[in-house]
Write a protein that binds this ligand. Structure first.
Ligand code: AMP
Length: 268
């Protein structure tokens, strides 16, 4: 497995692979990898990628001033082992300084799908996400990139960015990987105490057979969570919908103690 820290070196290597006819998959992550991330690497393999590039970068630009950028868990050695185990062929570990040069001043803004849900609660978050993902696309020259349904709004925004800015690649969205308990796997789960992990189960439980956003809000509140939002939206346009029915997606963001957790379900 190749290990890159320099953007230019990654770009040069990836371009050479593409020119040699190799199919490249990109899996962008913030590291502290778990089985959710590994499922994306495995999905890339199943889809026939010759080279699977995993980026591990806690992107400062997508964190708000009062968010957990400093505290976000990091473990490069464990991430490297997990990438190897899952079948990645390259890891990219850039530093903030070599991703954002002095006086970096160009950003990518999606202006429709990012106005609601997490976009409304985390100003600038998707601007940071789109900017770093656009940069990674330019560095890795992927034929396709794999994202998790766990971050449903993010996946829809990235698809829109690819469409609207004519990036020449496909976006694959892989299903949510959960703990046996139902809790969606997340690097942020490490912030949770045992008691909070129990409380957090209300989130996945409330999505099993969701009746109404009001009923979900009640269930979460009764479990001791602080609801950030519970919304039902059109699964493609992310426009608000009154009724939970086929073609909609129900999304939750809730605080369990100080930890903000997200989950969702697409109604099929
Ligand atoms: P993160 O490291 O949290 O930025 O996530 C990197 C990628 O992994 C994103 O595309 C996430 O949607 C995806 N991901 C995170 N957790 C899960 C999960 N439990 N199941 C599937 N994909 C996930």
């Amino acid at each position: 497995m190749k290990i890159f820290t320099e953007p230019k070196k990654l770009q040069k290597w990836c371009l050479a692979q593409r020119l040699a006819g190799k199919k490249i998959a990109l899996v962008p992550t913030m590291g502290y990898l778990h089985e959710g991330h590994m499922s994306l690497i495995k999905a890339a393999k199943r889809k026939g990628a010759d080279e699977i590039v995993v980026s591990v970068f806690v992107n400062p630009v997508q964190f708000g001033p009062n968010e957990d950028y400093e505290k976000y868990p990091r473990d490069a050695a464990a991430d490297e082992a997990k990438c190897r185990e899952a079948g990645a062929t390259a890891i990219f570990f850039p530093t903030p300084e070599n991703m954002y040069l002095d006086a970096h001043s160009v950003y990518v803004n999606e202006e429709k799908l990012s106005t609601g849900l997490c976009g409304a609660r985390r100003p600038g978050h998707f601007r940071g996400v789109c900017t770093v993902v656009a940069k990674l696309f330019n560095l890795a020259h992927p034929n396709f990139a794999v994202f998790g349904q766990k971050d449903y709004q993010q996946a829809q925004i990235i698809k829109r960015m690819v469409r609207d800015l004519n990036f020449d690649l496909d976006i694959v969205v892989a299903p949510i990987v959960r703990e046996k308990s139902g809790l969606a796997k997340s690097s942020r789960n490490t912030y949770l105490s045992e008691k909070e992990k129990e409380m957090a189960l209300a989130i996945s439980r409330s999505l099993k057979a969701p009746k109404s956003t009001a009923a979900i809000t009640k269930e979460l509140t009764e479990a001791g969570l602080k609801v950030d939002y519970v919304e039902c939206v059109d699964a493609t346009t992310l426009e608000p919908k009154k009724k939970i029915e086929k073609g909609t997606c129900v999304l939750i963001a809730a605080y369990c103690g100080k930890t903000r957790l997200i989950d969702n379900k697409v109604i099929k």
